[in-house]
Design a protein around this ligand. Structure first.
Ligand SMILES: C[S@@+](CC[C@H](N)C(=O)[O-])C[C@H]1O[C@@H](n2cnc3c(N)ncnc32)[C@H](O)[C@@H]1O
Length: 227
């Protein structure tokens, strides 16, 4: 199994006849991720925007767990957007909406709700994206949270991260080296660097939630309420 996946379905499991793709990491991480974000999300209503949704499996699983929230998945690849839509059809959930193409490499990115400009978001979720994309994707994700979250909203970012310039495990150091060998613009990001972006976007430094397999969830909230 490859250590990282750029585009699902290129290697590993082919799509189901209806286009649903399988992400092996989903089966390992979705329970832990939901446990970490449910404390906030299960008390909330409104819209959750997921960035880099991949196969769409997290969106389907989490929308099922949170009928009080409307879940908006997104990605950049046509094959992923087709898979997200196929998982959505399979899940038959009223609160799981059609995927939209959002490219975090675009500093002007925004989201729409049924073709209209989207309302302020209850939450944004981005799982295993920042290490497999250029730094500007992290910049644009966090700037977007500053623009698009509602006052009490949260940005949740899951993945491997460095802390204070150091890897949290030898396996993460090896993973980082393999990412950078594949593409020098990729790599495991440092929480301190992300906190600097958060500060520029009017967000507080991340609350850090340790996760299995040397991953973290970073939860960002607004530093100052807008009203
Ligand atoms: C390792 S996969 C993770 C997918 C999914 N979140 C998961 O955990 O299974 C990385 C995802 O980031 C998406 N991605 C890469 N560059 C992106 C960009 N510039 N904007 C939005 N998504 C991007 C890819 O299409 C892919 O779905």
């Amino acid at each position: 199994m490859p250590k990282f996946v750029v585009e699902f379905g290129k290697a590993g499991a082919p799509p189901a006849p209806d286009g649903r793709l399988e992400g092996p990491a989903f089966h390992r991480n979705h329970d832990a991720i939901w446990s970490a974000i449910a404390g906030f999300l299960s008390e909330q209503t409104g819209d959750v925007l997921e960035l880099g949704s991949g196969t769409g499996q997290h969106a389907a699983a989490f929308a099922r767990q949170a009928p009080n929230l409307t879940w908006w998945p997104s990605d950049i690849y046509p094959s992923h957007l087709a898979s997200i839509e196929a998982w959505r059809q399979h899940a038959r959930l009223a609160n799981l909406r059609a995927p939209q193409r959002i490219d975090l490499a675009d500093p002007e990115w925004t989201w729409t709700a049924d073709g209209q400009a989207g309302a302020a978001l209850t939450a944004m979720l981005c799982i295993n994206v920042l290490h497999i994309a250029p730094w500007r994707v992290a910049q644009n994700l966090i700037a977007g949270a500053g623009r698009l979250l509602r006052d009490e909203g949260r940005l949740f970012v899951y993945g491997p991260f460095m802390r204070d310039g150091a890897h949290t495990a030898p396996s993460n150091a090896a993973f980082d080296a393999s990412l950078r060998a594949e593409n020098p613009d990729w790599g495991v990001r440092d929480v301190n660097d992300l906190n600097r972006l958060a500060q520029d976007a009017g967000l507080k430094a991340a609350e850090i939630v340790p996760m299995p397999a040397n991953n973290l969830i970073l939860a960002f909230a607004r530093a100052v309420r807008q009203r």
